[in-house]
Design a protein around this ligand. Sequence first.
Ligand SMILES: N[C@@H](CCC(=O)N[C@@H](CS)C(=O)NCC(=O)O)C(=O)O
Length: 252
Amino acid sequence: MDRPVLWQFTYSHFNEKARWALDFKRVPHVRRSLLPGPHGVKIRRMTGQTAVPVLELDGRVIHDSSRIIAALEEAFPDPPLYPRDEAERRRALELEDFFDVELGPHIRRLAFYLLLPFPDTVVAMFSQESGWAARAAFRAAFPMVRPMMKKAMRIDRQGAELGRAKTVAALDRIAKELGPAGYLVGDRFTVADLTAAALLSPLVAPPEFPYPPPPMPEPVLEARSSLSEHPAFQWVLDTYRRHRGASAAVRA
Ligand SMILES: N[C@@H](CCC(=O)N[C@@H](CS)C(=O)NCC(=O)O)C(=O)O
């Protein structure tokens, strides 16, 4: 099998989901980091749509973090992310779907509403893996990129308010569903825990997130501290500490 290749945005929580699964399963892989905007042509040519993560795996090109994890589970079953028990597996996949739909896009709308007024921070987050020339070009183009992002993700006050409410609802669901061992399903780490923790990473900023962000502006810090006492916020920190592990990425 050729070495798997992950096409990604560094800062992105859906991309973090796919990266974490690759790292958890210790799958040596190459990461190719893209800048949003310029990424579209390449990814559309590969997949017929523009969202990342995209994984090249054994001659297949797979987009969508949940489909990527399903393919990894099949190709590299050990250690598992899906529970063996049929009922537990269904519950874990239902929770993955819930967080993908009810949390991922909404927390992103909140985060970008707070971040987009700060171009230097956003450019620094996006271009962590870019050379200085690409970073300078991206900074220069940012006044054009920003309205495109606003439109694509429907970033406005109403979206941010809904984003906060949906984020709190997801935190509440985690707190309610956690079992005595500290996991969402059964007594071990599964795709449900991975998805919830990865998709909450923009709020929680766990120290183990593989691409350390630049210093955050005050509105982001305020949003973070307003929820930092929630038990599920602490659970995300704990889950990252216990399970994020080291990177399995290798040089191209
Ligand atoms: N459901 C998809 C969502 C992926 C997604 O929304 N990716 C965003 C980054 S967080 C993206 O690539 N946006 C740019 C685009 O769609 O062109 C998944 O789970 O992978």
